[in-house]
Design a protein around this ligand. Structure first.
Ligand SMILES: Nc1nc2c(ncn2[C@@H]2O[C@H](COP(=O)(O)OP(=O)(O)OP(=O)(O)O)[C@@H](O)[C@H]2O)c(=O)[nH]1
Ligand SMILES: [Mg+2]
Length: 214
């Protein structure tokens, strides 16, 4: 997909602030620090569009990023941050569940899990929620650059087994450090959001220019 324009739109605290133009939405869920913002930046080849929150786990907003006039990425607040109170946790759950249940333009949820570790109890709960609401999803294992290649099959298997993923649910390996999985993920997103897929004429130098560690 050719990225012509990217823009942060809003940190929405509730449905009244969600965009009303009906563009397809791709949401990102995962625990705090798993790499949601880094994945967005890598996908959009922007160094710092999606910021790491200064107070991890505290932000109870859905952050909307618009790509061209094609779709939105919706960055969920990270879960599993130890210092969050029970009340905050419940508010988080309510907001996410309502979004998953009621949001018409939602086309795909990327559930991010850390490739290095078995999915947590909260990862499992999130996965079950997504399955329950029958939302098209893809599990994305992040930080693959931190695991040696010989261990990839073993780690993939543990993730699939722990979440109870049936064979037809894709598990994608991704690294925002190396860009692994980026093209594949764009294909999947374009398909889910019904956007004409990869433009082979995309100039290479754009990719190289922004290929950095930022
Ligand atoms: N090596 C490596 N580090 C990564 C990767 N993805 C993210 N990180 C690092 O992990 C840390 C957290 O990444 P973020 O993208 O801020 O995580 P997040 O899920 O947005 O976190 P919250 O906004 O708190 O929910 C940062 O220090 C990133 O540089 C990756 O693929 N490889
Ligand atoms: Mg983030």
């Amino acid at each position: 997909m050719k990225i012509k324009q990217t823009e942060f739109v809003i940190s929405a605290v509730g449905p009244s602030q969600f965009p009303e133009d009906g563009l397809p939405e791709v949401a990102l869920a995962g625990r705090s620090n798993v790499g949601k913002s880094s994945l967005i930046n890598k996908m959009l080849l922007r160094r710092n569009l999606a910021r790491t929150s200064s107070q991890p786990g505290k932000t109870q907003t859905l952050n909307y990023y618009k790509i061209n006039d094609d779709l939105y990425f919706v960055d969920f607040p990270g879960y599993g941050y130890a210092r969050v109170s029970k009340t905050e946790r419940q508010a988080w759950g309510k907001m996410i569940e309502q979004y998953l249940r009621d949001r018409d333009p939602l086309k795909l949820v990327l559930q991010l899990v850390d490739f290095r570790h078995p999915p947590s109890a909260e990862d499992q709960k999130m996965y079950q929620w997504l399955s329950h609401y029958e939302i098209p999803m893809c599990v994305v294992a992040t930080k693959t650059d931190k695991v040696s290649r010989s261990q990839w099959p073993k780690h993939s298997k543990i993730i699939r087994q722990t979440l109870g993923m049936p064979g037809h649910v894709p598990l994608m390996l991704f690294s925002s450090e190396t860009g692994q999985g980026r093209d594949e993920l764009w294909s999947l997103i374009a398909q889910a959001a019904e956007i004409p897929s990869n433009d082979p004429s995309e100039p290479r130098n754009i990719m190289q220019e922004t290929e950095d560690n930022g």
